[in-house]
Design a protein around this ligand. Structure first.
Ligand SMILES: NC(=O)c1ccc[n+]([C@@H]2O[C@H](COP(=O)([O-])OP(=O)(O)OC[C@H]3O[C@@H](n4cnc5c(N)ncnc54)[C@H](OP(=O)(O)O)[C@@H]3O)[C@@H](O)[C@H]2O)c1
Length: 263
């Protein structure tokens, strides 16, 4: 199926690993140009080398950028637009969670989550908006978590800020609709990415990876019986960026193997 992504320009905030990197890879396979960023230079260079297997150097832009730093975000987006001649799609995939119950989470951790889940998104959307308008419209896809609707006490700061981002995405879908900019969310359950690989290496380095993830799915009661793969999330992101989803805005697609119970 032609997704209509050939020649489109996609910016992926946090595209140097996990879901963001897989999404970049799949955009390239569809003939799009991609810009990715992350804080860690080595990870960024590795991601760039990986993406070179799927596209030409002229279709890939990779830079270090802390999404919670307004100046970093603005210059990354401006550099992308000037390298590629515009921007059509923004995917907000940068992130990490904070574990902790209410009385354990420090003010610094709350602030970090608020910066990452609100301000990073605000900065990126403000910066891409004029470019999307110039193209006559575009797509914004915010990666979220089932936690947004179903808080878990041991991840209080992440859950609370995720809920706020879901609310913000809905408002923006209405605010930006006259500009023909569609805003949607993808709500993740448990997806096997580098984030989880790091946890596996820390907590169970000697365990067979397949057994580790099977065990995790069982412990978390994932109805579909397994954790998700980054590609299964990237496919949903590509759909939301595609011409096929031209009347979808303000929605949340749960990509969680039926984990979420909230309506
Ligand atoms: N995997 C899951 O089970 C799951 C579940 C629910 C939600 N999510 C969400 O899905 C998104 C992708 O997660 P993932 O599992 O793919 O994680 P991942 O493999 O750890 O990738 C996260 C990416 O975000 C970047 N990043 C993190 N903080 C950043 C910052 N301040 N500035 C710039 N880049 C930053 C990382 O690069 P650097 O570290 O180099 O900056 C990396 O490229 C995240 O928002 C995550 O919270 C994931």
């Amino acid at each position: 199926m032609d997704l209509g992504l050939n020649g489109k320009i996609a910016v992926i905030m946090g595209g140097t690993s996990g879901v963001g990197l897989k999404t970049a890879e799949m955009f390239l396979q569809e003939g799009a140009k991609v810009a990715i960023c992350g804080r860690n230079e080595e990870r960024k260079d590795k991601a760039y080398d990986h993406l070179m297997k799927y596209g030409e150097a002229s279709s890939i832009y990779a830079a270090t950028c802390d999404v919670t730093n307004k100046l970093d975000v603005t210059s990354f987006i401006e550099n992308t637009a000037s390298s590629f001649g515009g921007i059509d799609i923004l995917v907000n995939a940068a992130g990490q969670s904070v574990m902790g119950y209410f009385f354990d989470v420090t003010d610094e951790q709350w602030e970090q989550q608020i910066q990452l889940k609100y301000f990073a998104i605000i900065y990126a959307i403000r910066a891409v908006h004029p470019y999307l308008v110039k193209q006559g419209g575009g797509r914004i896809i915010n990666i979220n978590a089932t936690l947004a609707k179903e808080p878990e006490r041991h991840m209080v700061a992440t859950a609370a800020t995720r809920a706020g981002l879901l609310n913000l995405s809905k408002t923006l879908s209405q605010e930006l609709a006259p500009d023909n900019i569609l805003v949607n969310s993808v709500s993740l359950g448990l997806i096997r990415t580098d984030q989880w690989e790091r946890r596996r290496m820390k907590n169970a380095p000697d365990m067979n990876p397949e057994d580790y993830y099977a065990d995790l799915a069982k412990k978390r009661n994932i109805p579909i019986g397994r954790v998700g793969e980054a590609e299964e999330v990237a496919s949903v992101i590509l759909f939301l960026a595609s011409k096929q989803s031209s009347y979808v805005s303000g929605s949340t697609i749960e990509t969680a193997g039926a984990l979420g119970k909230a309506l």
